[in-house]
Design a protein around this ligand. Structure first.
Ligand SMILES: NC(=O)c1ccc[n+]([C@@H]2O[C@H](COP(=O)([O-])OP(=O)(O)OC[C@H]3O[C@@H](n4cnc5c(N)ncnc54)[C@H](O)[C@@H]3O)[C@@H](O)[C@H]2O)c1
Length: 286
């Protein structure tokens, strides 16, 4: 208990999935939470995003831990909306110590190609950078920034032999690679100030993004209308350990550690929580 006691965390994409899990886990360990989510759908994304009631539920779960929460519906693609959301939290709590920039969407085949490219890049890459940039002026020594990438950032899965076939999917890979690179350079610049920045790269994680029709189709392109039962046996291809996916709590535990003073000298990390997925792709690298 109390591993982030007295700290305040700004979490994007907090209405459900990993974001909700991070918000609640950080609150369980003593942080107050500023929870932000779009709470609306995007036309180019072929599965529903969170609803306003989902963000309310996150707030309820945070309050259940005894910590305080400020929620805001805001679009990470719009730095102005994010700044206003953060300001409402700062007015309540008066400080900021932890940034968990993790709102994201998965682009999939079949979406209007240019729109999918724009929405995925603008949410995953620009939106992650927006969340960090609006927070930076409020951070001081001891603060911790955590951005969510994906093992997609680390795997050479770009479809170079099939240009234009899946711009949303390619945008996803590019956005996560961009996050990895941005965090590396950001951590370098912030280290002398005592502020840390790390990226977490999850493998398949058991959230509504993974448990969605477009994702089932991408794992089972051989079937017209694949179901969860069809996709589940194939999910394991992403990991070396024999599991279909990790749980949001597995990522939250990494977030909590990086957010806490236990990781006070850990910065610039590309931390994989991937059940060994990377090991299937690469030999040892210095
Ligand atoms: N689920 C996986 O298998 C997996 C694997 C690797 C990485 N990730 C990454 O983890 C992060 C969290 O995803 P998740 O798995 O919890 O999925 P999710 O769809 O359950 O949650 C994503 C949340 O982000 C919100 N969001 C989307 N666009 C937004 C915007 N423009 N502004 C504000 N909020 C927005 C959604 O409403 C939703 O609540 C994402 O960055 C995703 O790319 C997921």
């Amino acid at each position: 208990m109390g591993r982030v006691s007295g700290k305040v965390a700004f979490v994007t994409g907090a209405a459900r999935g990993q974001g909700r899990s991070h918000a609640v886990r950080l609150a369980e360990e003593g942080a107050d939470i500023i929870a932000v989510d779009l709470c609306a759908n995007l036309d180019s994304i072929g599965y529903p995003l969170a609803a306003p009631e989902d963000l309310d539920e996150t707030a309820r779960l945070v309050e259940k831990t005894g910590q305080a929460v400020v929620t805001a519906q805001a679009d990470v693609r719009d730095a102005g909306q994010l700044r206003a959301a953060l300001d409402s939290g700062l007015a309540e709590f008066g400080r900021l110590d932890i940034v968990v920039a993790q709102a994201g969407v998965a682009g999939m085949k079949g979406a209007p190609p240019l729109q999918a490219w724009c929405d995925v890049i603008n949410t995953n890459l620009v939106g992650t950078i927006n969340a960090i940039q609006v927070a930076l002026p409020h951070l001081g020594s001891g603060a911790s920034i955590i951005a969510t990438g994906s093992t997609a950032a680390l795997m050479d899965t770009a479809k170079k032999d099939n240009p234009g076939a899946d711009p949303g999917g390619m945008a996803y890979i590019h956005s996560k690679r961009g996050i990895a690179h941005y965090v590396h350079d950001l951590a370098t610049e912030l280290a002398p100030l005592g502020i840390r920045a790390n990226a977490i790269h999850p493998t398949n994680t058991n959230t509504p993004m993974l448990q969605s029709e477009p994702m089932y189709r991408s794992f089972r392109p051989d079937l017209e209308n694949p179901t969860r039962a069809d996709a589940e046996p194939v999910f394991g291809v992403q990991q070396a350990m024999r599991i279909p996916y990790v749980e949001p709590a597995d990522i939250s535990n990494a977030v909590l550690w990086l957010a806490s003073d236990e990781a006070r000298y850990v910065t610039g990390m590309q931390l994989r929580v991937d059940a060994g997925g990377y090991l299937k792709w690469y030999d040892y690298q210095q």
